[in-house]
Design a protein around this ligand. Structure first.
Ligand code: THG
Length: 264
């Protein structure tokens, strides 16, 4: 089953940054509810932008988003203190978003993943920065697996993120990322996730680019994505892909969505 993770509670979005500053609980609750109603299985929460005390803000966010939805959360931060604060508050199995393959970073966060029995996203990025090719991404995925195994984290709890960059600045990257999904799954049997909307930064009609890229990634075997579950084009692509990739017996769900006008 493909896992949809709602991206909307992210401090890089100005309305969320404002709600975080003024501790507007009602606004955050509404964003959480909207995404749950749109079928998100998990919600990403990020408060890194402009926060004076990220650990405290993360704890606040985790508390109200789980109280509103009961969903598990993807705790999105580069800051180990904020990640631990989120994990401490979280009920159920959380997803830590994220660590890189850099030795120091992994060693400061993977012990929490183990302690709180969480899942973890490992980015294919090391001391040398972002990889250019699918093959480089696959090599980093192998290192990620070894690192996690060193902390006794089970393979089932790992998601590899091949890190999609905006095609507005690097036109070959989307293709390399799609190829890397196939390689990482075939060579190591690891699950793959991505932050979908990164691909369209700096271009108009982002929803078209995001949803077409999603279709291509699903064809390559993507297991989960951080995306906007309320986006109409994303919804239509998910329904259609499920039917096309034999995940929808007799196309029942596709037909149901058609009859309720959701595919328009
Ligand atoms: N990998 C991992 N985590 C991530 C990312 C990733 N977390 C952050 C980011 N990338 C994924 N989340 C977002 C959230 C919002 C947007 C992009 C990525 C965004 N929102 C637009 C806005 O608010 O204006 C609208 C997006 C749209 O048009 O669909 O840009 O790669 N592990």
């Amino acid at each position: 089953m493909f896992i949809k993770i709602g991206e909307r509670i992210n401090s890089s979005r100005p309305p969320i940054a404002r709600a975080l500053r003024s501790k507007d609980e009602a606004f955050i609750r509404k964003e959480a509810r909207l995404q749950k109603e749109a079928g998100a299985a998990m919600l990403d929460i990020n408060c890194a932008v402009d926060s004076k005390d990220e650990a405290r803000d993360m704890e606040w966010l985790a508390g109200i988003v789980q109280k509103e939805t009961g969903l598990p959360l993807s705790i999105d931060s580069p800051n180990p203190k904020a990640i631990e604060a989120g994990l401490r508050k979280h009920k159920g199995k959380a997803l830590v978003n994220s660590v890189t393959v850099e030795k120091g970073r992994a060693d400061s966060i993977l012990p929490f993943v183990k302690k709180y029995n969480a899942q973890v996203i490992i980015l294919t990025m090391d001391e040398k920065g972002m990889p250019a090719t699918a093959g480089d991404r696959a090599s980093l995925a192998e290192r990620a697996l070894k690192l996690a195994e060193g902390h006794h984290i089970s393979k089932q709890d790992i998601y590899i993120d091949p890190l999609i960059r905006p095609i507005s600045s690097e036109q070959k990257q989307a293709f390399e990322v799609i190829e890397s999904v196939k390689l990482i799954k075939a060579k190591y049997g690891l699950k793959v996730i991505c932050g979908l909307s990164n691909v369209s930064f700096g271009l108009p009609e982002r929803s078209t680019l995001n949803s077409v890229f999603l279709a291509m990634m699903l064809g390559a075997g993507l297991d989960a994505a951080i995306l906007d579950p309320t986006d109409k084009k994303i919804k239509a692509v998910l329904r259609a892909s499920d039917a096309l990739l034999a995940g929808d017996d007799f196309c029942k769900e596709y037909l149901k969505s058609y009859r309720s006008g959701e595919l328009k």
